[in-house]
Design a protein around this ligand. Structure first.
Ligand code: AHG
Ligand code: MN
Ligand code: MN
Ligand code: MN
Length: 335
């Protein structure tokens, strides 16, 4: 079998043998891949089971939860619970930290996840995904101490996402680059189809919800104005815009052909800093993007260096092709 089509298990075992990742991390990642496979199935059959719509609940962020947000959350919890080294889980859809162990030990894992990202796209049959991040604790912590899960993105040992698009794919980093695996119908395996994913340094494509223009600060507006001014403007070239309202799909496009993704803090009702959540959206995507040769900041500073103060904290997100991320930081410094 050509190496580029090895299964996810073969790939992980190779990392276990040659790159020092732990066997329990291999098992945990296989369980997460299984959760994603099952979620993919739920997403694809959602119309038959009449579960594409809203549940009768809201999450701590005040969002109406979709039935599939809750189903996907349960799958993550169920499969992560298989691993005896997972100390605690942090989910977008669960208010409190969920402790799986009452005696966490150094070396145990913390798992953060957004079980279904872009869930407003479910009922219109557009791409959605799942995002996850794994941190290994190095010192003693107390079960029940919610502050113990407030880790900087620098501490991640692994991050990934699944995209449920025309095909289902799983994109993962364990700190040795980024690799993408496509779910093969029939065998049910994830197979390596996108080895060593890299983000081009330059781009002429960006993704932003431009309906919030009036709420941005001056430097963000100036950057946007200069991009859409095209050839005649200060950038001297034409820019294209894409926005899917699913961070997973936008990041996947950027990992495939480059681009810039932005969800800046604005003067709307998200004054604490953007819409996206630091621990289970921004940090994992920042780790993946940096591992693929891109950059990820809050507009100025690296996301993975941000110190969290609460586990549902939000942050501005600017990520993708490195030159464009740096240029936006210059705009913020100058304007
Ligand atoms: P989630 O569905 O997990 O709550 O995340 C939605 C996020 C993200 O995926 C996307 O980039 C953004 O919200 C879309 O925001 P707009 O509604 O402003 O387009
Ligand atoms: Mn949500
Ligand atoms: Mn999300
Ligand atoms: Mn979500």
């Amino acid at each position: 079998m050509p190496e580029h089509q090895m299964t996810f298990r073969q790939f992980l075992l190779n990392d276990y043998r040659h790159k020092g990742i732990e066997k329990d991390l291999v098992f945990l990642l296989e369980d997460i891949a299984t959760a994603c496979r099952i979620i993919s199935n739920h997403v694809r059959s959602g119309a038959f089971s009449n579960n594409l719509g809203a549940a009768k609940s809201t999450n701590i962020q005040g969002e109406t939860q979709k039935q599939l947000d809750l189903i996907a959350n349960d799958e993550f919890v169920r499969h992560c619970s298989n691993c005896s080294r997972v100390a605690a889980l942090v989910s977008e859809e669960v208010d409190e930290v969920y402790w799986l162990k009452d005696d966490p030990k150094p070396g145990d894992y913390l798992v953060y996840f957004d079980p279904l990202d872009g869930s407003s796209n479910l009922d219109v049959n557009l791409s959605v995904g799942s995002i996850f991040s794994i941190v290994q604790i190095k010192t003693e912590i107390e079960a029940g101490d919610a502050d113990a899960v407030l880790r900087r993105g620098m501490e991640q040992i692994c991050a990934g996402y699944a995209i449920y698009g025309p095909s289902t794919a799983l994109i993962v980093t364990t700190g040795n680059g980024v690799n993408g695996f496509t779910h093969q119908q029939g065998t049910g395996e994830f197979r390596l189809t996108f080895p060593d994913m890299t983000i081009p340094e330059t781009t002429s494509e960006f993704a932003i919800n431009a309906s919030r223009y009036r709420l941005w600060d001056d430097s963000m507006r100036k950057y946007f104005d200069d991009c859409i001014a095209g050839e005649a403007g200060p950038r001297g070239r034409n820019f294209n815009m894409r926005w899917t309202a699913s961070m997973v799909a936008d990041v996947h496009r950027i990992l495939t052909r480059g681009g810039l993704f932005l969800y800046p803090a604005d003067k709307g009702n998200r004054s604490e800093g953007g819409k996206l959540r630091l621990m289970y959206e921004a940090n994992p995507m920042a780790f993946i993007v940096e591992q693929a040769g891109g950059a990820a900041t809050d507009g100025r500073d690296r996301i993975v260096e941000a110190t969290p103060t609460s586990h549902h904290q939000r942050i501005s997100v600017v990520l993708g092709s490195i030159e464009e991320v740096k240029l936006l930081a210059d705009y913020h410094a100058k304007h």
